[in-house]
Every structure is written in C-alpha cells, then in structure tokens.
Design a protein around this ligand. Sequence first.
Ligand code: CO
Length: 181
Amino acid sequence: MALRHLRKYKYEDLIYAKGHTPRGNVHFKPKSAPARVRQSILRARSIELARVDDGVRALLDDMVDTMREMRGSGLAAIQVGVPRRLIVVEYGGTLLKLINPVITEAHGENHGIEGCLSIPGVYGIVKRPEKIVVKALDERGKRIKVEGAFGLARVLCHEIDHLDGILFIDKAVPGTIYKRS
Ligand code: CO
C-alpha cells in the first residue's frame, strides 16, 4: 500500500490569534485569523462521502499505513490533503476505519495530553468526554456504532474534530500547550 504524504505544520502557522506563545492561552478567534492560517487545509471542513467504493477503501488502507509509519493512534483524511470525512484510529489493539463518523453520545469528562501528527513536537492538555458513542459507515458501507472510553474516546474525538477544521490546540486547557523538539 502507498504511504500518503502527511502535511506538517508549525504551531505558529495554525493558531488564530497573533502574539500567542505555546505556553500562553490559546483563543479561538476565526475572524482575526491571518491569511496563511485561513489557507491551511487543516482548517477546512471535510465533505461527507456519498458512497463507499474501492477508491475509498484503498485510501483508508493507505491512511492506516501512514498512521502506523508515523506511530500515531489516529489520522484524518484532511491530514493527507483529502478533505473527505474519513478517519482511521488504532488504539489498544482496536483498528477502526470510519466513514462519515458522528458523535451521538458523550458522557463524563477526562483530561489528558494530546499531540497531533500534523503539528510535530507540540502537546497540550485537552478535556474530552470519558465515554462516547460514534455512528459511522464501515469500509463496506454498513452502518455501525462504535463505543469508546478514555484513550479511545480521546483519539476518536480528536480525529472527528479534524473533519471540521478543529485542532487540539484550539481546545487545550489555557497555558498547558508546550513544545518538545
Ligand atoms: Co491530529
């Protein structure tokens, strides 16, 4: 399977407000976004898939290869430049390939450290639900329901956020973002 080219960005090119440092607060201010931020494909909203065909299955397989190569636990299609609602997740021995995923239930809360393959070396603490239910299509186009708790719920939330152009740095607890090279 072909490895997909993963697009990587600097934190500074993705934050909306000027003057923020990785240790400072990160605000979500779409209106003040500089041009280069608006242009980043990571900020685009991905489009639903109308049908699941061999092309979609091949892309999902390539995404799995790329995620594993990069040692990530999840990847959204937008991260390899394809603005379609597709994610792959591999966590705790579970591999999921989801098409048009939607969170239908969320319970509790859980704080944990997140990073993103598209923003290398940057981490922060993000509050996520403790448990979620996701509805999606599987790679055969069948409707499925996936339940995830703790780490799996976190990865699913992170990847599904990517489909709406939302990054973990937008949601990180203020002051918790840090860089590690
Ligand atoms: Co990410």
